[in-house]
Ligand binder design. Structure first.
Ligand code: AMP
Ligand code: MG
Length: 326
């Protein structure tokens, strides 16, 4: 019998250490549960009325995006594509833009990141909690419906063949971090932390002008951290790891990050991948892709893109990081 593992990691994957912050009375936090995850926004150096207004605007934005992108909400743009059976589906311009961005990131990563992996992820049961190991024939069949070539853009609508579909799960939270960052900054807040499950988006520096200290959760132990570094500026820190969602059958772990070439959970020698950068959506897509690639291919990819900061944790616990992290 399949032993269900935790389907959602409710705890925040990275703990933002804020020792030495000025935690005077102008710091306000709010926790939300949305997109299957705990989210927390902390605003520094604001008054209470402004903080509450911003929390409300941010929550509306979170729900708005969930209602556009969720595979589990029948009326979402993405669910309408997934149920379209080859028909044209008119979408919001925002959905078209994120799909186009995802397609370009798929090309950049040679298909390691691939939002059309939907029919395969569905077979494994990762959209609910009814996990199962698919028959290999079914996986081969499902793989026949994947690939960005199956997405046809026609202005503000998209057409995909019957049985194909889209899953924005590996990019949507990074994108949401970007959106919330813009909203909070537009409202004049200069120091804030947005924590969306495993993703963190920072605004500015700590209120005392010092850099933030970010700790990456250990993939091997629930309450421990494996690496800590200092960063400042408007940056996102996004982690992908097999430990975030998985099930176990006959002593074998099956996790949620699929290798689009095989249709099986990626057999990566990496336990987690963290990507740090200005564009949270890109960081999110790349952290998933680098996990799929495995260490050697990931380092080759990264060596050609020095602008990307990263922390790779191998299955043996070895840490490989970009030189700019201290
Ligand atoms: P993340 O936690 O950002 O790495 O995203 C993982 C989620 O994205 C999974 O739960 C799936 O819904 C979806 N997914 C799985 N494998 C891939 C892949 N290779 N490319 C894009 N999305 C994926
Ligand atoms: Mg991702």
């Amino acid at each position: 019998m399949i032993k269900k593992a935790l389907s959602i990691i409710l705890s925040v994957i990275m703990l933002l250490l804020c020792f030495g912050c000025n935690t005077g009375e102008r710091v306000f936090s709010k926790t939300f549960f949305a997109m299957d995850t705990m989210m927390k926004i902390t605003l520094y150096d604001v008054d209470e009325v402004m903080a509450n207004q911003l929390f409300s605007i941010c929550y509306d934005e979170i729900l708005r995006e969930e209602n556009l992108f969720s595979v589990n909400i029948a009326a979402s743009d993405i669910s309408r594509i997934n149920a379209s059976k080859g028909d044209n589906v008119t979408l919001s311009q925002e959905t078209v833009l994120i799909i186009k961005k995802a397609v370009s990131l798929s090309k950049l990563t040679d298909g390691a990141f691939d939002i059309t992996v939907y029919p395969v992820v569905k077979l494994w049961g990762f959209y609910g909690n009814e996990y199962s190991i698919p028959e290999s024939d079914d996986i081969i069949k499902a793989l026949g419906f994947t690939g960005s070539k199956n997405i046809e853009f026609l202005g503000n609508s998209v057409r995909m063949p019957k049985n194909s579909g889209i899953d924005l799960g590996a990019i949507a939270k990074g994108y949401l971090g970007d959106r919330l960052k813009s909203i909070i900054k537009e409202n004049g807040v200069e120091s804030a932390v947005i924590s969306l499950g495993g993703n963190i988006t920072l605004i500015g520096d700590k209120p005392n002008g010092e850099p933030w200290s970010v700790a990456i959760k250990s993939p091997f132990s629930q309450n421990e951290f494996i690496y800590e570094f200092l960063i400042s500026g408007d940056l996102s820190v996004v982690t992908s790891g097999a430990y975030e969602r998985y099930f176990e059958k006959n002593g074998k772990i099956y996790h949620h990050i699929i290798d689009p070439d095989t249709g099986y959970p990626a057999e990566s020698d990496l336990a987690s991948v963290t990507v740090i950068g200005e564009d949270g959506a890109i960081c999110d897509a790349l952290s998933t892709a680098l996990f799929v690639m495995g260490k050697e291919e990931a380092l080759t990819f990264l060596s050609q893109r020095e602008e990307i900061s990263y922390v790779l944790v191998s299955n043996g616990g070895e840490i490989t990081k970009s030189e700019n992290l201290s």
